[in-house]
Ligand binder design. Sequence first.
Ligand code: ADP
Length: 618
Amino acid sequence: MPARGSLPTGGGAPRPGRRRRGAGLRRRLALAYLPLVLVATAALGAYLLVAARALYLDGAAGQLTGEARLVADAAAPAWGDPASLTALAGRLGRAGGIRVTLLAADGAVLGDSAAAPAAPAHEAASPEVGSALAGGVGQSVRPGIGGGDTLYVAVPVAVDGRTVGVARVAQPLDAIDARLDALGRAAVVAVAASGVLAAGLALLLGRDIAAPLEDLAGLAGALAAGHLGLRSHLDTDDEIGRLGRAFDQMAAELQRTIALGEDERRKLAAVLDTLDDGVLLLDAAGTVVRANAAAARLLGRGARDDLAGRPFAEVAGGELAALVAEAARTRRARALFVERDGARQVRAAVTPVRGVAERLVVLALHDLTELRRLETARRDFVANISHELRTPLASVKALVETLEGGAIEDDAVARQFLGQMGEEVDHLAGLVRELLELARIEAGQVALRRAAVAPADLILPTVARLRAQAERAGLTLATAGLAGLPPVLADPERIGQVLLNLLHNALKFTPPGGAVTVAAERRDAMLAVAVRDTGRGIDPRDLPRIFERFYKADRARSGGGTGLGLAIARHTVEAHGGALSAANNADGPGATFTFTLPLAPEDDAGASPDPSAALTSR
Ligand code: ADP
């Protein structure tokens, strides 16, 4: 289970990107709210102003109607006396702070508190006067004698139940307008204040909505950056909570899918890496997408990681790059034999990959070096065996022909020839025996009779067998360090044969006066036996090949050997679980052949022979 992380919220260090996004969302929310609130408050303010004015006018009209009635009541007894009516109008007007006008039934002005020259003398045409004369209460708003809007209210004056005139009062609306202005200013302030309040609230509300969204935006960014263990942990019941849960689910799914993909990728890489063939996947631009370990090895690169992401032309170049480029261009399979590092023979095959979105090609590198080497070895083997058989056979045939030609009559010559023929046949028989032996060892048909043997018991008898031959050749033959060594697990007869072979060679290739030494030492769980001579040594060019069948470094001087001895020796040692190697002496002339054998397990000393183990070839 991957660790469940959580998103850093609020308290954590702010991420610049996140802040910017959040501020944007909040500003947008505030900007959407603000005009709404401003328009609504302004409309409300305007409506209230209009309503307030109507209300004021209503109130004023009601009051003026009352006052007009009082004036009418006061004027009725004096009706018909113009002088007292004029005085009454003046007195009442001054007392009420209003204009009072008394009019006759025909509209002629009988008395007016406003003694202005502009005041008309006849007012039958004024709407409020008309209404009052008709018996009702007249009311109108129009410019007064001062010029400003004025409210007029008129009521009939009745004497003995008969309308004789009109009492009218008027008041300029300046005061109302001033009050309404103040109200308007207050409304503007209220609109502005509610705008600010609304903006603040919108910002706050925006933050509430924006904060979880900011977190989700941050989470999405973190997921995209590969932090798949992060979760939103939003568990509210609203849409944002649902969004958060969907996000968490998506992240978990993504994490699972990616882990699966990664797993598949690792499996594929593991499979590819077990292949001996090099496999490279290249994209249309010729860049290495993937390479296995064998590809890196065959292209002479250390690790396959060196290859991924690099242009193939830079990695391989030459023919291979051209091959890949051509296959990528034509989308057709192409193949080619190339030599790498001058020695490796590689078959390169490029195949376009079908059924995938990308234009990919696969380059497979098949190392044919070993196959070619085996082919060459087999050809050499046939050539060598024919050569080895031809010489003695030709010599036997020549001797037979000479005998047939009359030499048989000469007893002494005939005997000599028969002796020579016997030698050639012996050589042939030896060759065939060794070949059979090698074939049987290689086929795993020879049983090893392994037992725990003390190294001295293994080495000393063989050395003793060759002492006389060494003396005849004028060589000293000695052993060193054999005492006190632990026993080895070996077939004494076969290892004796190996040692005999090595000693034969050492004596054969060392000129008189030289020395041959057999020394043994323990190396961890193995015993190493070294046969050292002071002879002519081995040409470094021949060193890697002397263990091949029939290989003779110097045919003229190999002294009639078959070239099979070292091949048999190596196979025998390897069947014991050891190794045989050769090197020239660093501190003087001659060569040293060293073979190793496993030490016998502690409790195995003196164990019975083990006939089941077989010599096996690799
Ligand atoms: P052969 O029967 O010819 O000796 P081997 O397989 O035993 O065949 O040896 C192969 C070749 O290795 C020899 O022909 C010789 O050239 C070389 N060689 C083996 N032992 C020695 C040695 N002690 N010093 C120099 N060359 C050696």
